[in-house]
Design a protein around this ligand. Structure first.
Ligand code: GLY
Ligand code: MN
Ligand code: MN
Length: 486
């Protein structure tokens, strides 16, 4: 037993080939095996420069180190998940790992090893595939199948962190002594190796710290969030231009159109796009997107591009499918707009996180009383939360690497916390009248409106990162007319 983490340098020939896929490899003759070993060029990349976020990631690791002195900290990126047989879902590295390394490689693990007053970081990851033992072409996770990986020395240059072979890490963790914590939920093998050494409570403290550390964004993160929003704005414009094709097909045309923008300019969508036409807009997370798109109805589009660095936007617009709101649709839309305006105005440094929610909810409660759907006074409605039959959800959340960012933060650090410059959050009030709601007049039924923007808290107020999209009803109509050449 040792309290030093000392993984052996793996003997390449003895390494079990970790099977990711059920290979269907035909028999390989000795001659072919010998032939495949050689004749390959040296493709090692030299003079690589560190990735842009390397210094930010180093600062974050230093803060983490200071919070957990003398403890070994294990932060896995996660593994591929099987979709069926030898097919995997798209991989998305764990937010904690990305935040602390800037890297997104599957099967990697960041380990902070206590050294003196601080820690030494090492990233454990898969090296280049072995050509001598045929791994590179005979194994389903060989580079010939899945693409070239960075060598350990290339990764060191890019990430600014020493890198070692991950295939020895589990055994080394099993052997090592001393206090240790792991971020759970990403890598079953690593967790199994630590099962006798960790507790759920202590691991949760690590997860909570890493959630709270992300509440205030640095300049790099704000830049990435702006990029995510800018791509999202272009994605919304793409959708408006193809509404006629969506009418001829389904909500899927909208989903596919937005996805094209997300994949070309970013990594993916940051969450399943909500392309909710007509009464589907009253289903908060409508992602089936298999409904009809009809002229005269509204389209609630809630979608966000995730950048190649994995920061996501989260934007909603509720659009008249034929380009003009009916008077009744406009009445509801304008009420939500007024509510959002009140919410955005309440986002500033020193304000309570809850303030923008309260400001938005008050406006909606006032409207519901004014329309005769609720008996006043408004104070009583708010006290009893009666407006919530139609407002349904909280008015916003932190935004960053995760769409619902910082979700493990303690109540006092988030929901009961105070806003400070660098916080990015959504303001997204809505009104939703279900199609089967017998407590409202028929004309309300099946209408759902949400308006969602991504707001940065600045030194003296806020900046709407998504103001590249219009919000007011008349501005939406003018914008749509411009895009449609009307
Ligand atoms: N797109 C999910 C949300 O707005 O929170
Ligand atoms: Mn949203
Ligand atoms: Mn949201």
């Amino acid at each position: 037993m040792t309290d030093e983490l000392t993984p052996e340098t793996p003997d390449e020939d003895e390494q079990p080939i970790k099977q990711r896929k059920n290979g269907l490899y035909p028999g390989v003759s000795d001659e072919l095996a010998e032939n495949m070993k050689s004749g390959w060029a040296d493709t090692e990349l030299r003079d690589l420069q560190p990735i842009e976020q390397a210094p930010n990631a180093a600062r974050r690791r230093a803060a983490l180190s200071a919070r957990f002195p003398g403890e070994r900290l294990v932060i896995p990126a996660g593994n591929l998940k099987t979709r069926s047989n030898d097919t995997e879902y798209d991989f998305r590295a764990s937010t904690e790992y990305v935040y602390l390394t800037g890297d997104q490689t599957d099967d990697s693990v960041l380990v902070l090893e206590p050294k003196g007053d601080s820690h030494e970081a090492t990233i454990y990851r898969l090296p280049r595939s072995n050509r001598e033992n045929g791994e590179f072409w005979l194994n389903g996770m060989g580079e010939l199948w899945v693409g070239r990986r960075h060598s350990l020395s290339e990764s060191e240059a890019l990430l600014g962190v020493p890198c070692k072979d991950v295939r020895e890490l589990a055994a080394a963790l099993k052997e090592a002594t001393g206090p240790v914590r792991v971020v759970r939920g990403h890598d079953a093998d690593i967790e199994a190796a630590l099962t006798d050494k960790v507790t759920a409570e202590r691991d949760e403290e690590l997860r909570v710290y890493l959630s709270e550390a992300r509440v205030v964004k640095d300049a790099f993160e704000i830049g990435e969030l702006q990029k995510a929003v800018d791509s999202t704005v272009r994605g919304f414009e793409d959708v408006v231009k193809v509404l006629d094709k969506a009418e001829a097909t389904s909500e899927r045309y909208i989903e596919g159109t937005f996805f094209l923008r997300a994949r070309v300019e970013g990594n993916d969508v940051g969450y399943g796009s909500i392309c909710a036409a007509g009464p589907h807009a009253t289903t908060l997370h409508w992602v089936r997107n298999n409904g009809e798109v009809r002229s005269g109805d509204l389209l609630l589009l809630d979608a966000g591009v995730e950048t190649t660095t994995l920061y996501t936007a989260d934007v909603t617009r509720t659009l008249p499918i034929n380009g003009r709101y009916t008077d009744f649709q406009r009445k509801i839309y304008d009420a939500v707009y007024e509510s959002q305006e009140a919410g955005i105005a309440a986002v500033k440094p020193g304000a309570a996180f809850r303030d923008f929610h309260d400001a938005s909810q008050r406006v909606l409660a006032e409207k519901l009383v004014e329309w005769g759907l609720l008996d006043g006074p408004v104070e009583r409605v708010l006290e009893l939360g009666l407006q919530r039959r139609w407002t349904l959800h909280g008015t916003g959340h932190m935004l960053g690497l995760d769409v619902h960012d910082c979700a493990a933060a303690r109540t006092e650090a988030y929901v009961n916390g105070t806003l400070e410059p660098g916080v990015v959050l959504t303001v997204e009030p809505g009104l939703y009248f279900q199609a089967d709601d017998l407590t409202v007049p028929e004309e309300y039924r099946g209408i759902g409106v949400r308006i969602e923007d991504d707001i940065l808290v600045t030194e003296d107020g806020n900046r709407n990162l998504s103001d590249g999209l219009p919000r007011r009803s008349d501005e939406i109509e003018a914008w749509m007319a411009g895009l449609l050449g009307k």
